[in-house]
Design a protein around this ligand. Structure first.
Ligand code: ATP
Ligand SMILES: Nc1ccn([C@H]2C[C@H](O)[C@@H](COP(=O)(O)O)O2)c(=O)n1
Length: 244
């Protein structure tokens, strides 16, 4: 049996992790895991349930029992809470503004990191490979991944991307309005994870001067360079139903 391929991608906000990871997973026919969606879904669940985000024990308790459903298909990576599709609700500015309070809760991190390790194993087996992205996948969740990539871009590029993504423009006033959601959030999140400097063995992909397709191509090339000899076999293994 061929070992499935695990691709781990980290990076700061707006670097393109989610969109590039989905495209790369689609390219290889791999499963997709958005670990940020797990922190966001837990945040939304706590807000809706009236759980004080500062109450670390209560939020950790919610993390243990979260009725979360994650779609692993990169073309339809839906997020459900108790059967309700919350894919859009978890990405509102209201959730973005407070998600770091949950993501810097160390009890929560330990719980979600273990869930993420379990999911990576299952998805890698089911699809012949998985692309998992977040802030600590290359360093803590899957430090033994076959391919480890830090996807970065300049702060200016990341602010412009987030501004265009949310508001359709990157004029100065709109960029200023998304500053908290990108720069402040990264500052808070980086108190518990290291996602600005590539750790040993992690490939740095700087997308500041790349367009979206160029970013996808750079990551695809890094995967092929690392595990090209195993890709065909991993896909054949999936077609033959290995690992089921
Ligand atoms: N060169 C590029 N590489 C990647 N994404 C780009 C590029 N240019 C523009 N984008 C766009 O930037 C936006 C932000 O990307 P994405 O949401 O994937 O970032 P992210 O790193 O996952 O952010 P966050 O961690 O805050 O969720 C998307 O709309 C994406 O299409
Ligand atoms: N592995 C991860 C993934 C995400 N986070 C935090 C950082 C963000 O503030 C929040 C949401 O992530 P996003 O959807 O913006 O990628 O979750 C983390 O700490 N570790």
């Amino acid at each position: 049996m061929v070992a499935p391929v695990v691709v781990a991608i980290d990076g700061p906000s707006g670097s393109g992790k989610s969109s590039v990871s989905r495209a790369v997973a689609g390219h290889f026919g791999f499963g997709y895991l958005d670990t940020g969606a797990m922190y966001r879904a837990l945040t939304l669940w706590c807000v809706r349930s009236g759980i004080d985000l500062a109450d670390q024990d209560a939020v950790a308790g919610a993390a243990e029992d979260l009725p979360l459903g994650l779609g692993a298909d990169p073309q339809d990576a839906s997020v459900e809470l108790d059967g309700e599709d919350v894919s859009a609700a978890i990405r509102t500015s209201e959730v973005s503004a407070v998600v770091s309070t949950v993501a810097t809760n160390l009890q929560v991190r330990a719980i979600l990191q273990q869930q993420q390790r379990d999911l990576i194993e299952v998805l890698a087996d089911d699809f012949g490979g998985v692309v998992a992205e977040g802030r600590d996948i290359t360093t803590v969740v899957a430090p033994d991944a076959d391919v480890r990539i830090l996807l970065t871009a300049s702060e200016e590029a990341r602010l412009a991307r987030r501004s265009t993504q949310l508001h359709g423009t990157s004029d100065a006033a709109t960029v200023a309005a998304v500053h908290d959601e990108v720069v402040r959030r990264d500052r808070d999140d980086s108190t518990v994870s290291q996602f600005t400097v590539a750790a040993d063995g992690v490939v740095l992909v700087d997308t500041s001067d790349l367009d979206f397709d160029g970013s996808v191509a750079a990551v695809v090339s890094a995967v092929v360079a690392a595990v090209g000899d195993r890709l065909a076999a991993a896909v054949e293994g999936r077609a033959a139903g290995e690992g089921q």
